[in-house]
Design a protein around this ligand. Structure first.
Ligand SMILES: NC(=O)C1=CN([C@@H]2O[C@H](COP(=O)(O)OP(=O)(O)OC[C@H]3O[C@@H](n4cnc5c(N)ncnc54)[C@H](O)[C@@H]3O)[C@@H](O)[C@H]2O)C=CC1
Ligand SMILES: O=CCc1c[nH]c2ccccc12
Length: 303
């Protein structure tokens, strides 16, 4: 199945893969990256006030010649430049050169000032004014969503969070909680097992599946993320990889492939927990040794 649309709780639909502009920088080169992403088939651009390249994304969207309705734009309130949420969306719309965005997110719970209910009421107003078709959040955990839902007239359409093979089990309760309220999860940084955590247990099934399907490991990870029913938010500056990401929507992963990555991911998470525990223990022992040494040097008997 190719990358398709996912229905949101407000009746709109969202393309299930997005090209993200974080760390693309600003200037002509980032316009070219977004241009290329659109030309290879991305129809969903994920940007943010804080990424500093909404104007570049907007220029690329205009250059694509696509009708506004054929491109899905997500941007986020990142609490930058001293702007309120209302001022920030106006600034984003101006930079993007559009009259509305498709999805507007509060980038981080801490950016919901003075508190989540007040900030969310502003988001609801922006939707009512037609400045955004859908409203949502990012990096919200269950307690943040509970606070929001208790005061909301409109439930968030989406929660954009980090989802990859090594944290999937930890994120599952949040994803399930979202489902209960019709909140679609979007998963960013799906390629962490190869970008930031290579050499872990996921490598083995990943390499086996990639070889069997004659696919790149990043394609298998994207297809795995897609299998979880989330919107996959990824990025690259390389055209060849962009093409691979789009093609990954058709990768025929089997139930067994998905289970093998799930299992390896769980194992990696356990290893990570053990490593963190050992590192902390070594750190604490080190501090203890320093304290003992200092006490000895000062002639203080602390034992
Ligand atoms: N809401 C939020 O707080 C956040 C949102 N995001 C969104 O998600 C998007 C994607 O985030 P990323 O962390 O960049 O996601 P990602 O996990 O998709 O990583 C993309 C990186 O992986 C590299 N890559 C691809 N294949 C590779 C391979 N075989 N070996 C080594 N590297 C490889 C790409 O070239 C690129 O640099 C962002 O641009 C942004 O739009 C990202 C982080 C936080
Ligand atoms: O989206 C990526 C991480 C992030 C969270 N808040 C901000 C603000 C500005 C740039 C990046 C980010």
């Amino acid at each position: 199945m190719p990358w398709d649309l996912i229905k949101l709780n407000d009746g709109t639909s969202i393309p299930s893969v997005a090209y993200g502009t974080w760390r693309l920088g600003s200037g002509d080169q980032s316009v070219d990256y977004v241009d290329e992403a659109i030309s290879v088939g991305f129809s969903h651009i994920d940007t943010a006030q804080g990424y500093g390249n909404e104007a570049e994304a907007g220029k690329a969207i205009r250059e694509s010649g696509l009708a506004r309705k054929d491109i899905y734009i997500t941007t986020k309130f990142s609490n930058r430049d001293g702007l309120t949420i209302e001022e920030a969306i106006q600034s984003s719309l101006k930079k993007l050169g559009v009259e509305y965005v498709d999805l507007y997110l509060i980038h981080w719970p801490g950016y919901a000032q003075p508190d989540i209910p007040t900030a969310w009421a502003v988001m609801e107003k922006l939707k009512a004014q037609g400045l955004t078709k859908s409203i949502g959040v990012s990096n919200f955990e269950i307690p943040h969503l509970e606070i929001l839902i208790n005061s909301a007239k409109v439930y968030p359409a989406a929660n954009q969070i980090q989802i990859h093979a090594y944290n999937f089990q930890d994120q599952l309760p949040l994803i399930e909680f979202g489902k209960k309220y019709g909140i679609v999860s979007e998963g960013y940084s799906p390629l962490i097992p190869i970008t930031r955590m290579p050499g872990g247990p996921v490598d083995k099934p990943l390499n086996e599946i990639s070889s069997r399907l004659n696919a790149k490991p990043e394609q298998v990870l994207l297809a795995w993320a897609k299998s979880k029913g989330v919107v996959v938010v990824t990025s690259t500056t390389k055209k060849e990889r962009m093409e691979g990401y789009i093609a990954a929507g058709d990768l025929p992963l089997t139930v067994e492939d998905i289970a093998a990555i799930d299992e390896a991911g769980k194992q990696g998470a356990r290893q990570q927990t053990a490593r963190t525990f050992i590192r902390r223990a070594v750190f604490i022992c080190g501090l203890g040794a320093i304290a003992l040494g200092l006490a000895g040097a000062l002639g203080i008997d602390i034992l």
